[in-house]
Design a protein. Structure first.
Length: 302
């Protein structure tokens, strides 16, 4: 009997392993992006409330003066005549096809018939594959920007939704999660000892994306360095709440709270809020930050 059970377990393991090996990241990436498009389409056609209730994971987080359970928030909100529309233009996915993210412009109108948006910006959605194999939003944040340079419908994908070419050797997820939390701690310590520009220099990907309030997203280390150098009078500390890593150990994210202070007035926080930092393992094995977004808590709500 024991031999039969062991043989069955072994055969099931082979099947599971076979499925894992057959995972096609490009196929999963396209499926994830199509889910984002369905999400946005539902928001326009049936309302933002219904869209979030249908496409958020049960434990999915959104920012409302802090990162909170999104379904709880939207369940408590009434339907609204306003309209929120968005469009993914960049996306990436883990080698295991179980974790990914996308980003693009959004527009908000007080009423669907309004010709001009009342607000606009860029969203960032982290997606996780659920036990039922559906993609659902695990975390949704974004930033506001000045008026976008072109209407939403004219924005085009930055690539044909294929995983980036930077493929790394898979690592065990538990070990990868520990590495990610360690890097979050290291970056935090570096930011206390050096300038923000120097601290980030060792951790940012060449094509890092940086999202800040009321500003267009920054792309690349050079743009990031210029922005951080301009903020040299600020000292920032982060407190990670959690880190989640793909089963392939090559893509992960951390989120939590941050506090920004003036270096000359340490007793008076200038700003505090929530952050999301997405990390990707490089071919050589090092983790690098590929995207970071912060959402400050409005002073009236702080």
């Amino acid at each position: 009997m024991k031999k039969t059970i062991m043989a069955l377990f072994f055969s099931l393991s082979l099947v599971a392993g076979g499925f894992a090996q057959k995972t096609d990241p490009a196929t999963e990436l396209r499926a994830m992006v199509e889910t984002e498009r369905d999400f946005a389409r539902t928001s326009v056609e049936k309302g933002t409330r219904e869209a979030f209730l249908n496409f958020l994971a049960d434990d999915g987080l959104i920012f409302r003066n802090g990162l909170v359970n999104g379904k709880k928030v939207w369940n408590e909100r009434p339907n609204s005549p306003s309209q929120l529309a968005w469009k993914p233009v960049f996306a990436d996915v883990a080698g295991a096809g179980d974790l990914g993210y996308d980003t693009g412009p959004w527009e908000f109108r007080n009423a669907a018939a309004d010709k001009k948006p009342a607000a606009q910006g860029f969203f960032v959605t982290v997606w996780r594959k659920q036990p039922d194999q559906r993609w659902r939003a695990a975390l949704d944040m974004g930033s506001t920007t000045p008026p976008l340079p072109e209407p939403l419908e004219q924005w085009k994908p930055l690539a044909d939704y294929r995983p980036s070419a930077k493929k790394a050797r898979p690592r065990k997820p538990d070990a990868a999660k520990s590495e990610l939390l360690k890097l979050e701690t290291e970056l935090n310590k570096a930011a206390q000892k050096k300038s923000l520009a120097e601290a980030y220099a060792d951790y940012a990907d060449d094509e890092v994306r940086i999202y800040r309030p009321d500003a267009f997203p920054l792309l690349g280390r050079k743009a990031m360095a210029a922005m951080l150098s301009a903020a040299r009078k600020r000292q920032v500390t982060w407190q990670p709440a959690a880190a989640i890593v793909s089963q392939s150990g090559d893509l992960g994210y951390a989120y939590g709270t941050y506090e920004s202070k003036d270096v000359q007035a340490q007793d008076k926080p200038v700003e505090n809020g929530s952050y999301l930092r997405i990390w990707k393992r490089q071919p050589a094995g090092k983790w690098k930050v590929v995207l970071e977004v912060i959402n400050p808590i409005p002073k009236a709500a702080g």
